[in-house]
Design a protein around this ligand. Sequence first.
Ligand code: ZN
Ligand code: ZN
Length: 254
Amino acid sequence: MIEVCAIASGSNGNCYYVGNENEAVLVDAGISCKQIFERMEARRLEISKVKAVFITHEHVDHIRGTRVLCKKLNIPAFFTYGTYNNAHKSSKPTHYRFVHIDQPVSVGDLTIHPFAKNHDASEPCSFRIEHNGKSVGVMTDIGSVCNNVIDHLKLCDVVFLESNYDEDMLWKGAYPWPLKKRIASEVGHLSNIQALQLVTEHAQGSVLNTIFLSHLSGENNTPEIAYEAFTPLHETYRIIKTSRHDASDVLVVN
Ligand SMILES: [Zn+2]
Ligand SMILES: [Zn+2]
């Protein structure tokens, strides 16, 4: 059994819970520790089961609460060298370990697979968490779809997949031109349509059954628009909206 929950998801803060009966890990701690605890309690997730936090990259929406969380729970954070070295010191915990791309790490009965991604950070990575033959992927902040994303997506039963922006809203919106270009670039974020194409072209017929639409922009997207963009896949997959304001329901993967 694996339980998953998007504790926070959006361009302002990210934190994803993946656990089994005995232990759990968080991927990213991009909201405050206090908010993480409150949202876990609201969903009846046991905080003491969390044994480690894995950080995807050093942007503040992924790392903000890490130092306090690790201190309060007395657990390590796992980073790539690049992420750790470029993280702001206010977020760096005293208790940390390094992960190496493509070298799995065990936390109890969970196996965490780190793999490289395209994003404008230093040595950013995504994670796939495996337990008893089931896998959950956390794949956000992806500028372009690389073979790693495709290969790991095919192995996932459940994925937190970036669906960052609606292309019309981005290009017609108020963001300054350089920021629009950065978001849409090969090292920025995946649009709703790019995320849809990724699943349509590469995951059909795989074990994937549930997609959490994740890391939505507050300015250039809404949960309803992202969900609507995925209409062609509503029959094939369970599509779940995430929120920046609240934790999602807890999904049990058997
Ligand atoms: Zn982000
Ligand atoms: Zn980022």
